[in-house]
Design a protein around this ligand. Structure first.
Ligand code: DX5
Ligand code: ZN
Length: 224
């Protein structure tokens, strides 16, 4: 580790992909009564990833039921075409994929000019060092710990190493970028992720399929 840091309790971002789509209002209101600070919205286009989820209209509806921070994760090609739509839907942080952006600097700048925070996500095969020239321009880096496209997949353990490497890059450059991890997060890997430098943990199935989501969120927050 390049510099010492003190791990804090992570922000928990339940992924609404794992909610009951027939009861989105109920499930957002359920999360409102937990210690989760963020709601994670997964947008999938059937092109960048095999699956299709929901878009700005559904996110706007879900956002209208909460005061929590709306964290939108675009798993779509040409995300620069839809920045305004996601700002209008109530997004606070908009994350695009490194692999989907030919002009990543331009896209990140456009997101910030729209009044949102800007995140960049790396697929499991994409090395952290590719962000070295952008690390002072982004508000967040999202490390994918599964191949994007579906909830409920198995955690890829190498994500912990990537979080350590990213934390070192951030500290070395005095960047304010936060580190988010998404995919297969459970109480089995949350502690290692936070000790490696993760600031935000996304959790879908682990929260929504648990008997007591509020207790599951509380345990994830206190994992380190
Ligand atoms: C995967 C999505 C994730 C997913 C996480 O492509 O980006 O946000 O909803 O779900 P779990 O926690 O079930 O892996
Ligand atoms: Zn996601």
């Amino acid at each position: 580790m390049f510099a010492i840091f003190e791990p804090m309790n992570p922000i928990i971002a339940p992924s609404m992909l794992a909610a009951d789509f027939g009861n989105l209002q109920r499930d957002v209101e359920m999360i409102n009564n937990t210690e989760a600070e963020w709601l994670h919205m997964d947008v999938m286009d059937g092109v960048f990833v095999p699956n299709i989820s929901y878009g700005p209209a559904i996110i706007k509806t879900m956002a209208s039921y909460t005061n929590k921070f709306i964290d939108t994760h675009l798993m779509i090609v040409q995300p620069e075409r839809y920045i305004k739509e996601y700002a209008d839907a109530g997004t606070h942080n908009l994350t695009v994929h490194y692999e989907a952006c030919t002009h990543l600097h331009r896209t990140v700048s456009a997101i910030k000019e729209s009044g949102m925070q800007a995140g960049v996500s790396l697929n499991p095969h994409t090395p952290v060092h590719l962000l070295s020239d952008m690390i002072n321009d982004v508000d967040m880096v999202l490390i994918m710990s599964v191949n994007p496209g579906f909830g409920g997949q198995k955690f890829i353990a190498n994500a912990v190493n990537k979080v350590s490497e990213l934390k070192e890059l951030i500290l070395k450059n005095n960047s304010n970028a936060k580190i988010e991890v998404d995919g297969g997060v459970t109480d089995q890997n949350a502690g290692a992720l936070v000790n490696a430098g993760a600031d935000i943990l996304v959790a879908g199935s682990f929260v929504f399929k648990s008997m007591d989501p509020a207790a599951t969120i509380r345990n994830l927050k206190n994992c380190n």
